[in-house]
Design a protein around this ligand. Sequence first.
Ligand SMILES: [Zn+2]
Length: 148
Amino acid sequence: MKGEHHLAISVVAAAAIYATTRSVPMIATFLAAGVLLDLDHWMDYWAEYGPRFDIRHFLNAIATKAFRRAFVLLHAWEGVILSAFLTWWTGWTPWLAGLTLGWGIHLLLDQGFNSPSPWAYSLLWRLWGRFDYKRAFPKPYEPEDPGT
Ligand SMILES: [Zn+2]
C-alpha cells in the first residue's frame, strides 16, 4: 500500500481513536506507526543499491519490486505481538496501545493490498527463506495501464 493511503487511513482512524479516548499519546504513536513504518524499506534499498538517498529511485524501486531481499524488519507480526504483550503488561499504557494499533493496522493494510504470500509479514518466515523477496512477494511487477 502506498504511503499516501497509509496516511489517509491512519488520520481517519486516529480521529476516531481520539474521539473515543481523548488520548494524544495514543494517537501520536498510532499515527507514527501507521505512517512511518515504511521507513524500514530504506534499509532494503540501501542493502540493494548501496548508501544513497535518491527518493525518486527509491520510490521507483518500491513500485517495481526491484529487490532481491525483503528485510523490512518492522513489517513483522512478531513486533505487533510483542507490542501488544507490552501494552497489556504495562497496564494498557496509551502510547503503547497506539503503537500496537497503528502497527497492526499498517500490516493488515499491507497484507490486504500488497499481494504478499500469506506469511510475508512474519520476520521469522522471511528469515527462514533468507529474506528472499520473490518468496515473500511472488506477484511480479505489472505496470499500470496508462489508459486510453
Ligand atoms: Zn508497509
